[in-house]
Write a protein that binds this ligand. Structure first.
Ligand code: HEM
Length: 251
């Protein structure tokens, strides 16, 4: 009797386990590590424009910056987001399959992932690719060293293809995006520790849960502090006139 031809497996089916592990790891390193660095840098706005500009300049002076951005930030985020969407769309939620994730937690992990992703696309368009989108000056340009003025302008003054968006709306968008990213990361630390076998018992899981919540709350607080100081600091841009819009005087 002839045997049935072996079904050919797709790349994803063949490497499912490895891809899932890579997806889980990439959420911690490099993406989570970047989020910590990014919120810490943003929180420097609390100490005033000079301190913030110094910190950002030091980052912009790093060697191989473009490579670090592409391979350390953009590609891992693209992989994590797209494969995450794939998992969320194909995974059937059931507690037998995910015994350690309760319903609400799993649902929030998905929802915050989607929100953070949409926020990130808008945020990158505004802060990283504004010059391409026609939404403002190039943030990385060394000719515009007053990054505080650029960031303040980037948060407070949105003119998207001629439509002026009021500051309370953009700040609300940022608070929601920030919350989604911080919750997603904190919950991700907790489930990462379980799926990599780092926390086995419920006691260890509870302890890691408290630590992860503390990380998430700290990052959220740093981000909110940055938004608060950007919204309330009176600062006149020292950038050349090309960056006219960045001359913001706030009351
Ligand atoms: C307080 C809220 C935030 C502020 C004020 C802020 C500010 C900025 C600024 C000024 C840049 C340009 C940096 C540079 O080119 O050196 C930037 C880039 C970026 N931000 Fe944010 N950000 C905030 C929240 C977030 C959140 C929540 C995420 C994660 C979901 C995020 C992810 C990124 C990424 C991936 C880049 C590109 C990094 C790079 O090209 O080096 N940001 N942000």
């Amino acid at each position: 009797m002839e045997s049935a031809p072996a079904q050919t497996k797709t790349f994803e089916q063949k490497h499912h386990y490895l891809l899932k592990k890579l997806h889980s790891l990439s959420g911690i390193v490099p993406i989570g590590a970047f989020l910590i660095e990014h919120m810490l840098t943003n929180s420097m706005t609390v100490f005033g424009p000079e301190r913030f500009n110094k910190t950002v300049s030091a980052l912009h002076d790093l060697p191989w910056l473009m490579g670090l951005e592409i391979f350390g930030i953009f590609l891992p985020i693209a992989f994590h987001a797209l494969y995450g969407i794939r998992i969320a769309m194909t995974a059937d939620y059931n507690t037998a399959q995910y015994p350690y994730l309760d319903n609400r937690r799993y649902m929030l992990q998905r929802v915050t992932g989607y929100i953070a992703f949409v926020f990130l696309l808008i945020h990158l368009a505004k802060f990283r690719f504004a010059h391409i989108m026609g939404w403002g000056p190039e943030f990385m340009s060394h000719e515009l060293p007053d990054k505080f003025a650029l960031t303040q302008n980037g948060i407070m003054h949105w003119n998207v293809w001629g439509i002026v968006i009021p500051a309370p709306a953009t700040i609300t968008l940022y608070v929601i995006g920030l919350w989604a990213a911080c919750y997603h990361f904190a919950n991700g630390i907790w489930s990462f520790c379980i799926s990599w076998g780092i926390t086995v018992g419920t006691k260890a899981q509870r302890r890691v849960g408290i630590g992860a919540a503390a990380v998430g709350i700290t990052l959220f607080a740093w981000g909110c502090l940055a938004l608060y100081s950007l919204a309330t600091t009176e600062h006149t841009s020292s950038n050349p006139p090309a960056d006219k819009a960045a001359t913001v005087t706030l009351k």
